[in-house]
Design a protein around this ligand. Structure first.
Ligand SMILES: *Cc1c(COP(=O)(O)O)cnc(C)c1O
Ligand SMILES: [Zn+2]
Length: 367
């Protein structure tokens, strides 16, 4: 059986009753032993559910899915170098968040949860509302009263209830989390914030499986990610660990994380050689809204993963982001500014050798 282990106090928790963090406040980690059979993978359709044995869901009947994933990996020329672009913006809600959400919502449904609570007015909130609608779960999204966006309208359009809270983003987050504290008011309603819930990473792991399979079960030399809380980078790290354990690849790619200079707490900790994140006030707005996290809960894990992989963390200026966004769109990829954090970082990153294989996820669609 699957169980959670607290990353802070090491306490073990069963999956019932549903929780999203440890009573000590620590992040939960999922303790699983992954299986994969290449033969069975090949026999299934082009969705992330082709790696079914590696996803910790008991019953297929609980899947909440749009047959998403197995996004294209296409070759392109960028900054004078050949790269593979992974088109994560082609997910149903327009970002890689669906990778995590399809698995998270499926699992919550399996655990008897009928109502989910989130606190993102961006891509994560949209993804949660979409899968909530698909799976017949009620969805509440807490946002600061001043938040307004096209995404918020779409969230409401999918039947989710948007609750406006006076004050800052942090206050909206606290209000959402209070809705389902461990042992809290309801046993069928759960906080499903993607920055906290272990089953979100259980979904983003599939990024690594897809990249390896699309490269004929080999491993690229480098993958460059935009990083806010690191859900895609960490999923990839875990996924490649799984593949190494199973003997399907023989090494780990170097993981390179990029943050906007205006909000780069993980880059700062990396450069100062710290092993924890110091909260940085991210006062000034950045065009890369999806990576604006002053206090990323999984920041410490990102540091560990990047160091263990031999990779690095870099920051990029607003100018560099906007410039790279323009270049990538000129090639015909309709990405949002946050995605250009990674492409801008790639242009700054000096390769170890000119012919190394580089993969760049284009994480989000549109403007
Ligand atoms: C959420 C998001 C990111 C950042 O992801 P993290 O998991 O916070 O590192 C990057 N790009 C897009 C388009 C996003 O929606
Ligand atoms: Zn704990």
């Amino acid at each position: 059986m699957f169980r959670y282990v607290c990353s802070q106090c090491r306490k073990e928790h069963s999956l019932h009753p549903a929780i999203w963090r440890c009573s000590c406040g620590g992040l939960l980690d999922l303790d699983t032993a992954v299986q994969l059979s290449v033969e069975r993978v090949k026999s299934r359709g082009p969705t992330l559910w082709r790696y079914r044995e590696a996803i910790s869901l008991d019953d297929d009947g609980n899947r909440v899915t749009f047959d998403e994933g197995f996004t294209p990996l296409v070759q392109a020329r960028l900054g004078g170098r050949e790269v593979f672009l992974k088109l994560e913006y082609l997910f149903p809600s327009g970002s890689f968040k669906d990778r995590g959400t399809t698995v998270l919502i499926s699992k919550l449904k399996e655990l008897g949860i009928t109502s989910v609570v989130g606190d993102s007015s961006g891509n994560a909130g949209l993804s949660l509302a979409m899968y909530g609608a698909r799976g017949g779960l009620e969805c509440e999204i807490y946002v600061p009263s001043w938040a307004s966006s096209r995404i918020l309208e779409r969230i409401e359009g999918m039947g989710a209830c948007v609750i406006r809270v006076e004050g800052s983003r942090t206050e909206a987050e606290r209000a959402a989390q209070k809705e389902s504290l461990p042992g809290g008011p309801s046993s069928t309603k759960l906080y499903a914030g993607h920055n906290w819930h272990p089953f979100f990473l259980e979904g983003t792991k599939t990024f690594a499986y897809e990249v390896a399979e699309q490269l004929d079960w080999t491993c690229p030399d480098v993958i460059v990610f935009p990083v806010g809380n690191g859900s895609l980078l960490l999923g990839a790290y875990r996924g490649f660990k799984d593949l190494m354990r199973l003997g399907l690849v023989n090494r780990m790619p170097r993981l390179v994380g990029i943050q906007p200079q205006r909000c780069a707490p993980i880059v700062r900790a990396f450069q100062d050689n710290l092993d924890r994140i110091e909260v940085l006030p991210c006062g000034r707005e950045t065009v890369a809204k999806g990576t604006r996290l002053p206090d990323p809960p999984r920041g410490k894990w990102v540091l560990e993963a990047v160091r263990d992989s031999g990779g690095t963390l870099l920051s990029v200026s607003e100018e560099e982001i906007v410039d790279s966004l323009r270049k990538v769109r000129r090639l015909g990829y309709l990405i949002e500014p946050t995605s250009a954090v990674a492409t801008a970082g790639f242009e700054k990153y000096s390769p170890a050798s000119p012919d190394e294989t580089v993969v760049l996820p284009l994480t989000g669609w549109g403007g």
